[in-house]
Design a protein around this ligand. Structure first.
Ligand code: GLN
Length: 320
């Protein structure tokens, strides 16, 4: 563990019932300076506000109206020195603010994150809506069971975001969440337990569908946000992503499609008839992914869906 990670781990584990008390004025001064530094370093100033909200009980309006300046006492999870240190990590080392706070918002969840997992992105939230729509609108019925009560897989679960989303969207389903990283699984498990979903989501360490051999032919659905960025492009990503997010979760090989290809070829053995295959991909990959699904020959009713920016980012198909 690097010196930074050591410090990060120490500083990001607030002790229950403990906190640091500062005056509103002191915090206001810290906030003003941090905002100036953000502007100079081309970091959105909203990130300072977000970090402060994570570290205190302050609400967006308290910051907007600056009413906290007059407060006698504000309790912080960490001292102002630690906060300053964290903020420097953001500005100088370009560490994503979500890793510094140790959490991120995704759908209706506040999820624990660490550099062992990809920070769940807003666009990925749509995967859950697409899965729900596919179940509700489906004219294709699964034999002997309903889609929403069956077994679903989240492959490459990372922080567990998709698994938690599916477990909430389908309250009677069992979710099987797989990741090859033990560190990621520990985070995903903690997130599931924090929302009381620990018994509805089963966790497995391994490669894609391999740990789920007991579910061959049984899955109602398979959902994944696999690594899909071409290797050379990963190195060109913004420093926050390239230097701090796990390449394991980003790098999809030479053309970015290695994992997606594997999921296309391996899923037919696991999905039941009309079971749902649903993945996220990168802009520009849709025609190839659709072609690969068609060539494989085990899928029908292939659909491409756009994210809110209009980018074709999701492919949905049903097992023949
Ligand atoms: N959406 C992520 C990014 O833009 C990539 C996630 C992935 O490869 N699955 O960095």
């Amino acid at each position: 563990m690097s010196e930074f990670e050591q410090k990060f781990n120490d500083s990001s584990s607030p002790q229950p019932g403990r906190g640091i008390v500062v005056s509103g004025l002191e915090l206001w001064q810290w906030w003003q300076e941090a905002r100036q530094q953000a502007i100079a370093a081309h970091v959105p100033i909203s990130e300072v506000d977000w970090l402060l909200q994570e570290m205190t009980t302050l609400q967006p309006l308290d910051l907007r109206l600056e009413t906290f300046k007059a407060q006698q006492q504000i309790t912080l999870k960490h001292s102002l020195d630690v906060l300053t240190d964290l903020w420097q990590q953001r500005l100088v080392r370009r560490v994503p603010v979500q890793y510094l706070a140790g959490s991120t918002s995704w759908r209706n969840f506040s999820l624990k994150v660490s550099p062992a997992v990809l920070i769940p992105r807003p666009e990925t939230e749509l995967l859950i809506d697409l899965a729900v729509a596919a179940v509700q609108n489906s004219k294709f019925k699964i034999q002997n069971s309903k889609f929403s009560t069956g077994d679903w897989a989240d492959l490459g679960t990372g922080s567990g975001a998709i698994a938690l989303g599916l477990a909430t969207a389908f309250p009677e389903a069992t979710i099987h969440a797989v990741d090859c990283s033990a560190e990621a699984l520990a985070i995903a498990r903690a997130n599931a337990e924090a929302y009381g979903l620990g018994d509805r989501i089963h966790f497995y360490q391994g490669s894609w569908l391999e740990p789920l051999s007991h579910l061959k032919g049984q899955l109602s659905g398979l959902v994944a946000n696999p690594p899909y960025i071409p290797s050379a492009m990963v190195l060109e990503l913004q420093p926050e992503v390239m230097q701090h997010e796990p390449h394991l979760a980003l790098d999809g090989g030479a053309d970015g499609l290695n994992c997606i290809r594997h999921l296309i070829n391996s899923a037919p053995d696991y999905l039941q008839t009309n079971g749902i295959w649903l993945i996220e991909m990168m802009a520009g990959q849709a025609p190839t992914v659709v072609e690969l699904l068609e060539q494989e020959g085990s899928y029908h009713s292939i659909e491409v869906h756009a994210d809110l920016a209009g980018i074709e980012r999701f492919v949905l198909a049903y097992r023949l």
